[in-house]
Ligand binder design. Structure first.
Ligand code: 5GP
Length: 179
């Protein structure tokens, strides 16, 4: 707890590890109620969700698969502009219930890309679970079904989230101290 420094920025404790773990237990119960009999495929979005995903699935006592993917954008042909791709999706999602695990949903652009790709590949039902949600920044209409915490429009790190690659390896979540 307290203040941490990552390179040129300082961050203050914002959400404690105890509060995170409490919310994860509640989310796991909600997921069990909603998809516990659907043998869902959980898809963790790399890099940020790896710690949250690992804690969440261990609280989910029902049959599930877990896989991790990266969302990559590349330039397609001139007419198609930027194209998105899920790297690492090796299993079929046809007719499956998919639970996407995000670290943070900000504007919703990432979720929108993922949603399009999963629907295109025939997912039956897609649910979104995120550790953090910034309601004031969200501009999309895709419902985010499970949120551990709503937070204001401020930059946070820790528990998987990074500042330029640093700070992922903490149990608490920290908020930037603006100078
Ligand atoms: P979106 O596509 O929803 O605008 O953005 C999602 C991505 O932006 C997240 O996966 C994360 O990489 C990054 N992001 C947005 N807000 C924050 C934040 O407060 N802290 C960190 N570390 N990353 C953020």
């Amino acid at each position: 707890m307290g203040i941490i420094t990552l390179k040129d920025k300082s961050f203050d404790t914002y959400i404690s590890k105890e509060d995170i773990q409490k919310r994860i237990k509640i989310l796991a119960e909600e997921l069990k109620k909603d998809v516990g009999d659907k043998e869902p495929l959980f898809l963790g979005i790399l890099n940020g969700s790896f710690i949250f995903a690992s804690d969440l699935i261990r609280q989910c006592d029902f049959p599930l698969n877990i896989s991790f993917v990266k969302v990559a954008s590349y330039l397609g042909t001139k007419s198609s502009g930027s194209v998105s791709q899920l790297i690492g999706l090796n299993e079929s999602i046809l007719d499956r219930t998919v639970v996407v695990i995000e670290d943070i949903v900000d504007t919703g652009k990432t979720v929108e890309k993922i949603d399009g790709l999963l629907k295109k590949n025939g997912a039956r039902d897609v649910k979104y679970v995120t550790l953090l949600f910034k309601p004031d920044a969200y501009t999309k209409s895709i419902p985010i079904h499970y949120k551990a915490f709503d937070i204001p429009n401020e930059f946070v790190v820790g528990y998987g989230l990074d500042y330029n690659g640093w700070g992922r390896n903490t149990d608490n979540i920290y908020k930037i101290i603006e100078e």
